[in-house]
Design a protein around this ligand. Structure first.
Ligand code: SF4
Length: 262
């Protein structure tokens, strides 16, 4: 059964959410095994039942599918955050606001820390990623704001799919312990309810349920990130080829899911 565990909690976890501790410490792989054949809706229902305060991370088409499913499953409001790097396309800002209004979200928008960003830009300029790689800029504009968003949370939900990136996401589990942003003292659980879905299934859902999507998808963009680091792809090209195209194909993660890089 998914909803009952019998464990002896270490003293440091006494008083905290017992289900979380059970998941995070001892049982997460067995829960992943139990959930691996479930539908995204069933996985989300489970996640929302066990972790009512979870947050959905929103940026792309997959994430809106999750928000749509969560609003159907959940009786109360759904917690959602997004990362505003300051370098998004105008279409993406319009899309974010469209989703906020469509679902009546109290959307939490995370921005880079101003002193850190000012120092980085003063030293490196606005396009350093073309010269020395995307990692430093992504750390300032994405990873650090994400770390702040996740601080104190027990659980977050992402739209990662295995077929998004053969080199980094082929082993994404439907639920896992987040060892990048969680710690032993503050374990963090990450659900990926769409791990088993293909891009085609995501878009079938979007069309079937009239889910809002970024207008850039009508211009040949598939995987959409920041404006200077994203381009449209040609038919037959893999979606990740439109991201950081000047870099080695095997390291195309921005730090949000750095645990995918072995
Ligand atoms: S995707 Fe590009 S602009 Fe955006 S944070 Fe990363 S390196 Fe910076």
């Amino acid at each position: 059964m998914l909803d009952s565990y019998s464990i002896n909690l270490p003293r440091k976890f006494i008083g905290r959410n017992c289900t979380l501790m059970a998941l995070a410490i001892d049982n997460i792989s067995s829960v992943a095994e139990e959930l691996k054949e479930k539908t995204p809706k069933e996985i989300l229902r489970y996640a929302l039942t066990e972790f009512p305060d979870l947050y959905i991370s929103f940026s792309g088409a997959e994430d809106v599918v999750l928000i749509d499913l969560a609003t159907k499953v959940n009786k109360g409001p759904v917690n959602v955050f997004t990362l505003d790097t300051g370098r998004l396309h105008p279409e993406t800002y319009q899309f974010i606001d469209q989703v906020r209004k469509h679902y009546g979200l109290q959307l939490k928008i995370m921005t880079p820390e101003s002193d850190e960003l000012q120092s980085f830009v003063a030293e490196k300029g606005l396009f350093s990623f073309y010269e020395d790689g995307h990692k430093e800029c992504c750390t300032v504009r994405k990873t650090n704001p994400l770390r702040k968003a996740l601080n104190g949370l027990d659980c977050w939900v992402t739209g990662q799919r295995r077929d998004q990136s053969p080199s980094t996401r082929s082993e994404v589990a439907v639920v896992e312990q987040d060892k990048v942003f969680g710690t032993d003292a503050q374990p963090l659980v990450k659900f990926n309810p769409l791990a088993n879905w293909s891009s085609q299934q995501v878009w079938e859902y979007i069309r079937m349920f009239d889910v809002p999507f970024n207008k850039l998808h009508e211009k040949g963009f598939i995987s959409i990130g920041c404006e200077p680091c994203t381009k449209a792809v040609l038919p037959g090209q893999h979606e990740r080829e439109g991201r950081w195209w000047w870099e080695e194909a095997t390291i195309k993660e921005c730090g949000l899911h750095a645990g995918n890089i072995k």
